[in-house]
Each structure stands twice: as C-alpha cells, then as structure tokens.
Design a protein around this ligand. Structure first.
Ligand code: SF4
Ligand code: SF4
Length: 451
C-alpha cells in the first residue's frame, strides 16, 4: 500500500465518522507551528518573515498538545520555523503520538542526525555495534557521536525514535545546486541526504516535501523523485509555490526580486504539474488523484482550508496556512467566525484576489479527499490510489547525478562571488569600491540555476 494500512484506516475512519455525524467542517491535518525560529532563510519562505517580530516566541508544550486534542485531526504536521529547534520537541512528538495521531516532523534536515544520535544514545546496548559500524563507515556519525552513543543517555527525557505513526518530512526543492540555492546555503542538500540515509538505516519512515516554483525544472523534479525513490524514501508531498503576501514582500524588500519571476500562476502550475499523475504511478506521491487532476487542470475544486488549520503562537490562523486575516483562540471559534465563502476560486473566478493563483495542497488536497466537488468514480479512484500497491523503489535512480552543486565545485555562492569579480573587473577602477556586494541578486535561479 502507498500509505501503511493502519494510517490509511485511521484517516478513512475519521472522514466516515464525521460524514455520518454530518459535521459540516472538520480538521484533517493540523499544521502546528510551535515556533517560527529557523536556522535557514529560504527564498520564498514567508513564514520566517511574516512572524519575524516574534521569532523568540514559542507555544508552550501544553498549548501545542491542547491544540492537537482540540481540533481532533488524525494527522499533525509539526512545522515552523524549524521544529527541531523547539526545546521540547521530543516531549511534543511523544505527547501527540500518545494521543493516537500520525505525526509528520517537517524539517529542513539540518538537525535530524543529532536527534537520531540522541535516540541511539537512549537505546544503546552491545547489540547496536554492527549498526554503529555501518553508520560510521558511511560517515553518517563521527567518533564523537560514537562516544556519546556508547556513554548512553539517562536524562529522563524522551527521544524521537522510529515509529510506524511518525514520518520525518524533509524539505527538498531539487537536486543539490537548486536546493542549496533556494535555501540560500551550500551543503544543506548533502546534509539532508545523509540524514535521510541514516534515518532509513535506523528504520524511520521518511518523506520528502517539495515546493515547485516558476523556475523549477520539471525534469529535475523527476530526477529528484528517482534519486530519493532509489534511497527507499517512503513518500513525497509536492505543492505549487504561491505568491502569498509575506513571501511576496520578502522577495521585493530583501532580494530585490520580482515575485512574478518566481511564483506560479494557475496556468503555469497546470503546465508544471502536467505529469503529476504519471509521477503518482511511478513514485509514492502522497495525496489524492482528485487533487492531482486539479493540479493538471482537468477539473476545479473548492478550497477547504478549514480542513488543514494552522495553530501558531498567536492562535488559530485564518483563513489558511498562507494568508492571515486574523488569529482565533479556538478552532471552533475560527470555524464559526470566518466567512469561508469569501475565499478560494470558484469556476475560475477568485472570491478573494489573493486566492487567484493558489492551488496549494493545504487548500485543495483535502477537497479531493472530502468529495467537495465529487464526480462519479472519485471515491473509487481515491481508494484504488491509496490502497493500491506502493510503487517499487526506482533503483536506476542511484545513478542520478544528485550532487551537481557545491560538491563538484559549482556552489552558488562561489559562482555569485566570481560573477561579482567579473563585474568589478569590467568596471572602471574608480568605480570598483562602489561595487555591488549583493550576492543573492547575482545568484537568482534564472541566472544561476541550470547552467
Ligand atoms: S527551512 Fe522551512 S521554515 Fe526555515 S526558512 Fe526554509 S522554508 Fe522557511
Ligand atoms: S485559495 Fe484557500 S488556501 Fe489558497 S490562499 Fe485562498 S484561502 Fe488560502
């Protein structure tokens, strides 16, 4: 099965129970943002900009656990910011698992190996030695980690261990060059690959999470799926990048870029996703085929942003993960007070101009599962996709040249610096002291990505 049976059953039961009870609106996935602090500054991330005044603020653990209980969503996606920075992330993951929910830890991958070393320290015994040798031989841990693991851990705190109810959901936007460019730091892709490899060796479930932008090369995304499929990653989520307010403002102010050069319109999304169903057959893409048809432009769906609510330090964020028209103290109050009829795109007409280009999964993927624009055969299609066999690992993917950036001396910062040097050389000597030092402008995807 594409998604493990117990997990599929849990989600299906949640939908059926709420349909029988005729609950008009209910949560499917909680996007929990315990903090907005992040160690990266990815291009296109509005989150760390929108909440830039509250980066030090964090939700207390109790509030996080209460939010999960309150909305009753069967799946909780812990995001942020970078959730592994949250000081009580272990207690949070454990607490949500204890509530019987499925947990996704949406991470940029930079601290994953550290958390897995903690896990190994907590459960170390001599029987682990062959596994430690394997991890060391692949340089996934170092001698210091080995020492730490063998010393054991008994501080009484939980650890994040493998569970069939939990996924690491690693943010990957392309192969090495592109990914490092988008996250604006070299070496991040390599760290993600190492973390994923280590997680798979230790028996964790791992998914990747990709945003497609205007500059994204669709062929590269397919190669990325091939590469991670060969690593036996358990699934992939993929969603179009959308020019929501905070991300748009950051583009203009910080990077001097035109959002129109970077984010997708509806028409472009349909072009970029024209092979999503084919990818769904070849790779373990999560979601519903109905949403995939929507992305391909074969049908319309109504936005159901209330089904993937966001809870952050300010409250329940309405109307959706992307746009902010207010924060509410409870999920129920948000459901009641927001006029949901004001949002989304119906028959090609945007009810709110800010929704015009949005086709993101948090607005429309639940629509595919909830049957909001049901057509004959949709239920069967969704069942067949999710209960059908899981696509086999694509072993030729091992040959994909994933390390096509800094690993082969083509780091984007190095390239940007050399572009600055070339530019300075071409100028009059008197003008050189006034030279531009904005490496980011010179390393935009359009100039640096596909050479
Ligand atoms: S890692 Fe995630 S939260 Fe951090 S800047 Fe990138 S997209 Fe934003
Ligand atoms: S269409 Fe829905 S998910 Fe997209 S921006 Fe509008 S309210 Fe948010």
């Amino acid at each position: 099965m594409r998604f493990p049976l117990a997990l599929t059953f849990k989600i299906a039961r949640h939908i059926v129970v709420n349909k029988i009870r005729r609950t008009p609106k209910f949560a499917m996935v909680l996007q929990l943002e315990p903090l907005h602090t992040c160690n990266l500054t990815c291009t296109g991330c509005g989150r760390i900009r929108e909440y830039s005044t509250s980066l030090k603020d964090m939700m207390p653990l109790e509030d996080c656990l209460h939010a999960s209980e309150e909305c009753k969503a069967p799946m909780v996606s812990i995001c942020g910011g970078e959730p592994l920075i949250y000081p009580k992330i272990e207690e949070l993951v454990q607490g949500i698992l204890d509530q019987g929910r499925i947990v996704y830890i949406c991470t940029n991958g930079m601290f994953m190996r550290r958390k897995m070393v903690d896990y190994l320290s907590a459960c170390y015994n001599k029987g682990w030695e062959p596994k430690l040798t394997e991890l060391r031989s692949e340089n996934l841990i170092n001698d210091k980690d080995l020492e730490k693991i063998r010393a054991g851990k008994n501080d009484g705190r939980p650890v994040i261990g493998p569970s069939r109810w939990m996924y690491w959901n690693v943010h990957i936007d392309g192969l090495e060059f592109t990914h490092d460019l988008i996250v604006e730091r070299e070496g991040v892709f390599r760290e993600c690959v190492m973390a994923i490899r280590m997680a798979k060796l230790l028996g964790y479930q791992v998914a990747t999470n990709t945003t497609v932008y205007k500059e994204t090369d669709v062929e590269e995304i397919e190669k990325m799926f091939q590469y991670f499929s060969a690593m036996e990653v358990d699934g992939h989520t993929i969603s179009p990048g959308y020019d929501y307010d905070a991300a748009k403002k950051d583009m203009v102010k910080r990077l001097g870029k035109n959002p129109g050069d970077f984010f997708l319109t509806r028409k472009m999304t349909r072009e970029k996703f024209s092979r999503i169903q084919e990818w769904g057959r070849k790779f373990t893409i999560f979601g519903t085929p109905v949403y995939q048809e929507f992305l391909e432009g074969k049908r319309e769906l109504t936005c159901t942003a209330w089904a993937i609510p966001t809870r952050n330090v300010r409250g329940w964020k309405a109307p959706c993960y992307l746009m902010t028209d207010g924060h509410y103290p409870t999920y129920q109050e948000m459901l009641e007070k927001v006029n949901w009829e004001n949002y989304g795109v119906v028959d090609g007409v945007a009810r709110d101009p800010r929704c015009e280009n949005c086709m993101v999964h948090c607005g429309y993927d639940p629509s595919g599962a909830l049957g909001t624009n049901a057509q004959p055969g949709d239920t069967w299609k969704n069942i067949r996709y999710n209960f059908g066999p899981k696509p086999k690992p694509y072993l030729p993917g091992k040959k994909v040249e994933a390390f096509n950036g800094v690993s082969i001396g083509k780091g984007h910062l190095a390239q940007a610096k050399s572009a600055i040097r070339d530019k300075a050389d071409a100028q009059e000597p008197a003008a050189q002291n006034n030279g531009c030092c904005d490496t980011e402008k010179l390393s935009t995807p359009s100039t640096a990505k596909h050479d």
